[in-house]
Design a protein around this ligand. Sequence first.
Ligand SMILES: Nc1ncnc2c1ncn2[C@@H]1O[C@H](COP(=O)(O)OP(=O)(O)OP(=O)(O)O)[C@@H](O)[C@H]1O
Ligand SMILES: [Mg+2]
Length: 320
Amino acid sequence: MYIGGVEVMKGNITPGNIAEFIVYLNMLAFPVISLGWVTSLIQRAAASQKRINEFLHEEPEIISPKAVDHKLAGKIEFRNVSFNYPDTGITALKNVSFTANPGEMVAIIGRTGSGKSTIANLAMRMYDTTGGEILIDDLPLTKLNLDNYRSQIGFVPQEVFLFSDIISHNIAFSADVLDMPRVEQAAKDAAVYNNIMELEKGFETLIGERGVTLSGGQKQRVSIARAIVKHPQVLVFDDCLSAVDTRTEEEILSNLGRIMQGKTSVIISHRISTIKNADNILVLDNGEIVEQGTHSQLMELKGPYFELYEKQLLEEEEQA
Ligand SMILES: Nc1ncnc2c1ncn2[C@@H]1O[C@H](COP(=O)(O)OP(=O)(O)OP(=O)(O)O)[C@@H](O)[C@H]1O
Ligand SMILES: [Mg+2]
């Protein structure tokens, strides 16, 4: 008998050579199955590569100018800034002007959708303004080298993002070398150190999809530790204390007061308790600054800030 031109069995058909035939058949089956398997792998890889190429060839809208590195002093100025989101055309900010000087804590408060995160995104140059100008140390933000600028800012976005990696790598992810004492200090300042030490493997604990799931508040605090570990000249917190209880929040804020001496912080929050010690509070409504000043100045105005304060006080009393 011949298979593919090769004589595999000679002579008469006997039980012995039937068994031999089946062995040969089995030997033939595996390569055929793997051929199908490899073909499907190749097709999947080709589809993935196509998508990866699309991503790699994407032209960024924000282009960093070829500028020399600038060491931040930390002055942030918004001058009549307006902004429309390009994809929806929604006007998120209208004529926003304020200044944050080194050593100051500027807070932004306002109802949901009022444009708070948009201010943070523009300050990080995730988008360029559609009107007005942002000045950093009196230089237009668009003239600064983007990587160098962002590397000097500690930014905690509203949507916390953690990698599927161990906690210490998540905190020190922007550093080239892992400096454990520094990572531990950042975790202590972000009031998450004790939570981490309670885990079986401490800072070596794997988190994310393949590891331990942290609570919302713990994630926020790991993210805060990541922002402060690099001792930034400017800190931008986008509502990142929302899932933290008020006592822990006070602890973090008092640590920040120490760390951020002489540096600039921009703190966005829904809660007045978070921001009442700020040097300047911007009250945002529908993309506009409707009031600005210190807590006591705003309380005297008896405007939107005062109303918000009364409302939150009532809510706290109801919960107590
Ligand atoms: N990526 C985006 N694309 C299009 N429109 C957006 C985008 N992000 C926000 N917006 C719109 O811009 C406006 C301001 O949104 P923003 O996120 O700045 O509000 P916010 O004050 O941070 O709200 P919250 O307190 O809920 O975080 C909203 O009307 C929102 O729908
Ligand atoms: Mg927001």
